[in-house]
Structures are given as structure tokens and as C-alpha cells.
Ligand binder design. Sequence first.
Ligand SMILES: Nc1ncnc2c1ncn2[C@@H]1O[C@H](COP(=O)(O)OP(=O)(O)OP(=O)(O)O)[C@@H](O)[C@H]1O
Ligand SMILES: [Mg+2]
Length: 152
Amino acid sequence: MADRELHLDDARAMDELGGRIAAQVRIGDVIALDGGLGAGKTTLARGILKALGLESEAPSPSFAIVQPYDVPEVRLPVTHVDLYRLDGPEHTAELALGEYLADSLLIVEWPDRLGARLWPHSLRLHIAVDTDNGRRLTADVPDAWTERWSQI
Ligand SMILES: Nc1ncnc2c1ncn2[C@@H]1O[C@H](COP(=O)(O)OP(=O)(O)OP(=O)(O)O)[C@@H](O)[C@H]1O
Ligand SMILES: [Mg+2]
């Protein structure tokens, strides 16, 4: 059973955590990845995508903002977004991200840009650099994930 607080020694541990999360995801889920520049958000998103079958390394969506993946390159459709460059909830509203929930898993870097629009059923993972240069991940687990997080 995964603790709500995990220590991830290196990028490989982050990648492996992505694999365990990928085993639990469903269409309509939101995984919100919080944490400063270089925290490891994209590394975790790549781990999820890789475990869902993506063979090439996922690009960081910091410029594309919205990067969709579809079957068959992944076994479940994924929308990977990076909101860093957006100024706030007024701008993110234009992206109509909610529409992606109907048929994909949504992975959101910089979810703070959504403000109160972040969906309550989101699994919020906060990543921070730890003293040993590894990472500390704190999970904010909604009801939709309680059972599943216990499998991770
Ligand atoms: N658990 C970890 N321990 C140590 N280094 C890590 C860990 N996870 C990721 N890294 C490293 O941290 C660096 C930044 O990772 P990444 O690009 O995933 O961060 P990010 O949060 O997406 O950054 P940005 O805000 O710029 O998008 C990479 O070199 C990655 O290998
Ligand atoms: Mg990133």
C-alpha cells in the first residue's frame, strides 16, 4: 500500500511510480502534477505514458500546451497538458479541457493555473526536491482514488 507521502530517489523511481499509476488509470481521470520548475512532473507523466504503451519518449508539452495520445500508440487515450505558460483561469477556460475527460485520461502539469476549476475528482500529486536531491511526492487522494491509491 502506497503512503500518501513517497520518497523517490531518482528519475527511475519516478518512472516506476508512473508505471504503477498507469495500472490504475481510467478514462475521465485527472492526474494533476504540482511542483516547481524541474520538480519531475514530466518525468512522472512520461512514466505513465510509457507504461500505457508509448514507445517513443513523450515530449514535454510546455510549448504545444496540449499533447494528445490515442490508441493504438497507447492502450488508453491520454491528453497531456502543461499550463505553465498560461496566465490564469480565464485563459485556461479557452482550452475547454473538460471536453477531453469524455474520452481520455487527463494529465495536467501546473494545475494551479486552473484555480478552482480543477476537477474535485483529480488525483493531486505534489512533487518537491528533497534534501538528498531525490524527490518527495505528496498525494492528495480524492474518493475516486482511495481504493486505487492503496494498490499503488
Ligand atoms: N525522483 C527524482 N529524483 C531526482 N531527479 C529527478 C527525479 N525525478 C525527475 N528527476 C529529474 O529532474 C529533472 C527535471 O524533470 P522534469 O522535466 O520531469 O521536471 P518538470 O517538473 O516537468 O519541469 P518543468 O516545470 O520545467 O516542466 C530531470 O533531469 C529529471 O531526470
Ligand atoms: Mg514538465
